[in-house]
Write a protein that binds this ligand. Structure first.
Ligand code: HQG
Length: 179
């Protein structure tokens, strides 16, 4: 499968497993899972046939491992806007995490901290390189340093998705270091 097809399939999955399952008649279970068969049938019925081999390739070969398959079911590992409970335990974060953003959001972030916006959580990266890539989706990346250890010590909960994205509810401005 060429790279472009892989990206198209991955984006199609993101749309329907994170944001708009109803568009192709899917219902996610409370944990965000849907049977693989059901997904493939729904996609084909709505004009976007995906083979099982392509699905496997996107799940396994995807650089970011956005999707997980377990017991014949698939879900997005993070990034939902529809309500799901991923059932991730709260865990202790590393001392420092990173958030990639762009200059035009900085004034608001300084004022109110990092908010989840449309998603369920603020997404944080374990290293500067990853955060730079996240920020670069929107323009010239700006990387903020998050004092995750200090936040955790004062009672903020952290979770980590199956693909290594750190999730927090809100990051108050006092825990952020701006470049
Ligand atoms: C910004 C991709 C104004 C925040 C990536 C970001 C990630 C604020 C944007 C995942 C703000 C939200 C998530 C505030 C935060 N005022 N702007 N108070 N607080 N922002 O897409 O972190 O490819 O919801 O800086 O790799 O960019 O989808 O979050 O720029 O892991 O798998 O508001 O999406 O993964 O944007 O990206 P997003 P994000 P996938």
């Amino acid at each position: 499968m060429d790279e472009r097809r892989l990206i198209r399939v991955s984006k199609y999955l993101a749309r329907h497993l994170r944001h708009d399952p109803g568009r192709i008649g899917l219902t996610l279970d409370p944990g965000g899972w849907v049977p693989v068969d059901t997904l493939l049938r729904a996609a084909a019925a709505h004009g976007f046939p995906i083979t099982a081999a392509e699905l496997w390739k996107v799940v396994e070969a995807n650089d970011k491992r956005r999707y997980a398959i377990e017991d014949g079911r698939i879900r997005a590992s993070q990034g939902h806007t529809v309500p799901v409970d991923l059932g991730l335990p709260a865990v202790e974060p590393p001392e420092v995490l990173y958030h990639g953003t762009v200059g035009r959001f900085l004034a608001a972030i300084k004022e109110e901290g990092l908010r989840p916006m449309n998603r369920h959580h603020v997404h944080l990266s374990p290293d500067r390189e990853t955060a730079t890539r996240v920020g670069a989706r929107r323009g010239v990346p700006v990387v903020l340093v998050v004092a995750a250890g200090a936040m955790h010590a004062s009672g903020h909960e952290f979770r980590v998705s199956a693909n290594g994205v750190w999730l927090a509810g809100h990051v108050p401005p006092g825990y952020l270091r701006f470049p």
